[in-house]
Design a protein around this ligand. Structure first.
Ligand code: PAF
Length: 278
């Protein structure tokens, strides 16, 4: 992989990179299309990274279909689909991890201890091996994107990180490989995440600026659906991920909700227009 990248960089190509855990869906494909637009050689990785899953977080059950993924990658015009194997990437004696002090201590990081340590470590390893000029990440994993941006800045990776908007199904459900685990009823219930944020957005437009009130409303709405268990609902600063009490600027509303045994996440920037007005 590294030889390929070195050769193409020497020839003056701009390599763009989309890391994935495979089981590709339209959301991944939109990241790839954006990466292809920005660079002139496109590399993706397909690797279910064990170090970002805690015990009982479904590493063994993570869906995969390599043949289908490779077919989709070919159709998009991916130049290299990099598929490291676990033993090569985490050989015996592997003992170095990357961590951050602040951003992981919010949102998903609170209930998924060590998750972002695993994400940062694998992304740094992939960056070192693939050596891209550009890498594209989805805004659906807003916290992951913020953490990767921080890591790239702090550790002097010369890589431009691009955030790409969340892709949604026609009815609004955020695309995720995990959606394949939902039963038809749970699939409908899963819509309560985006609907609860749209309701909060509307209340905010009607001058309800208290974050706790909006969060309470969203929680009540989600709990009125069967088979749901809220992990968190937060309204926070999009840069620091610190809680915001009164909404007087654009804020991030983010949530994680278990629908049956499937953990869904989603987020939305509320009050975006205050930015436009400024
Ligand atoms: O977002 C993902 O799919 C994963 O966290 C990533 C970035 C591929 C690292 O394993």
């Amino acid at each position: 992989m590294t030889n390929w990248s070195d050769r193409h960089r020497r020839e003056g190509h701009l390599i763009s990179f989309v890391p994935t855990m495979g089981f590709l869906h339209e959301g991944h494909l939109s990241l790839m299309k954006e990466a292809k637009r920005l660079g002139d050689k496109l590399v993706i990785s397909l690797f279910v990274n064990p170090t970002q899953f805690g015990p009982g977080e479904g590493f063994d059950a993570y869906p995969s279909d390599l043949d289908r993924d490779l077919k989709l990658a070919r159709e998009i015009g991916v130049d290299v689909a990099f598929t490291p194997n676990k033993a090569d990437f985490y050989p015996q004696g592997f003992d170095t991890f990357i961590d951050q002090e602040k951003l992981p201590n919010h949102l998903c990081g609170l209930s998924r201890s060590g998750h972002f340590r695993g994400v940062m470590t694998i992304v740094a390893k992939l960056f070192n091996v693939v050596n891209p000029a550009i890498s594209v990440f989805g805004e659906k994993d807003f916290q992951q994107l913020a953490i990767i941006r921080r890591m790239v800045k702090d550790l002097n990776f010369h890589i431009r990180i691009i955030g790409h908007p969340t892709m949604r199904e026609a009815d609004g459900l955020a695309m995720s490989s995990r959606n394949s685990k939902l039963t038809p009823d749970q699939r409908i219930t899963g819509l309560c995440l985006i609907k609860s944020m749209e309701k909060a957005q509307n209340r905010l437009k009607n001058k309800e600026t208290n974050a706790a009130t909006l969060i309470k409303g969203a929680a009540e709405f989600i709990c009125s659906h069967p088979d749901t268990k809220i992990d968190y609902i937060k309204i926070c600063d999009p840069d620091t991920l610190e809680d915001v009490a009164e909404i007087d600027r654009p804020v991030l509303m983010a949530m994680a909700v278990n629908v049956g045994t499937t953990r869904l996440i989603d987020n939305m920037i509320l009050n975006e227009e205050t930015n436009d007005a400024a």
